[in-house]
Write a protein that binds this ligand. Structure first.
Ligand SMILES: [Fe+2]
Length: 258
């Protein structure tokens, strides 16, 4: 199967880039059996709303993963309990709304998806290694994609090594800067430290430079504004052997959406 994973869709420029460029990607890189996107920044950089979720499903997403920002819009927390195709990180404590993994079937193919969050320079939650291990046991799927939403490159590499051969792909999100280390590891797991961001690439990881800089210069809280210029769509295309679940290839997507 072929899976398209799209990196953090950021605000309106990101949503527009995803919807606008998916048809071109389908013809140049597809067809895709599954389109998975990280949606935690879809609502002006902070979380999700029900209407934006519907917009992104209508634009072509099959499954959405998220991260620490998925809690930013209070009204969306309930949606996480209702909509099985939108995941939040699996390693939040028991009792947290929503779910962190799921089994998705399309055109006779089944893909397990796990969303998990790092702990280095992130809020202290449960162990991502053990939580992923438990999710894999419950899923029992041959083909599994893991979105590891984490800040530190070392934590992401360590997760990829630990799960090499146990999942089809482990892709990093959250830093919004696409890394150039996409590779199939020796055990057959496709890995990239960070898939990048779908949104404006002229600001500071999605926000206007002018709205961010006072935070750095003065240390005072700022009201961030979404940057709109130089939109790009970034992510990866992953080919998975349906029989074994091993990754065959992982290629970067990095395209102007102007
Ligand atoms: Fe994040």
């Amino acid at each position: 199967m072929r899976v398209l994973f799209i990196g953090d869709v950021f605000g309106k420029p990101g949503r527009r880039a995803f919807a606008g460029k998916l048809p071109a990607l389908r013809s140049s890189e597809g067809p895709f059996d599954f389109v998975v996107i990280n949606c935690e920044n879809a609502a002006a950089g902070f979380g999700m709303t029900k209407s934006l979720m519907e917009e992104l499903f209508a634009a072509g997403a099959d499954v959405m993963t998220s991260g620490n920002h998925i809690w930013d819009k209070k009204e969306f927390v309930q949606v996480l309990d209702e909509e099985q195709r939108v995941l939040r990180p699996v390693n939040y404590p028991a009792g947290t709304p929503g779910r962190g993994f799921g089994l998705f079937t399309k055109n006779g193919l089944t893909l397990g998806v796990v969303n998990v969050q790092g702990r280095a320079f992130m809020p202290p939650i449960d162990c991502p290694f053990m939580a992923t291990e438990n999710a894999l046991n419950e899923l029992g799927a041959t083909a599994v994609l893991v979105d590891f939403h984490a800040e530190a490159t070392a934590e992401k590499v360590a997760m990829a090594r630990y799960f090499d051969g146990k999942v089809s792909a482990l892709v990093g999100t959250h830093t919004h800067i696409q890394t150039a280390d996409n590779a199939v590891l020796s055990g057959g797991t496709a890995f990239i430290t960070d898939v990048g961001m779908t949104g404006s690439h002229s600001g500071v990881i999605g926000m206007k430079y002018s709205s961010v800089i006072p935070k750095f210069l003065l240390g005072i809280p700022c009201r961030f504004e979404v940057e709109e210029s130089m939109p790009r769509i970034q992510g990866v295309v992953i080919d998975i052997d349906d029989e074994t679940g091993r990754a065959l290839d992982i290629r970067r997507v990095n395209m102007s959406a102007d």
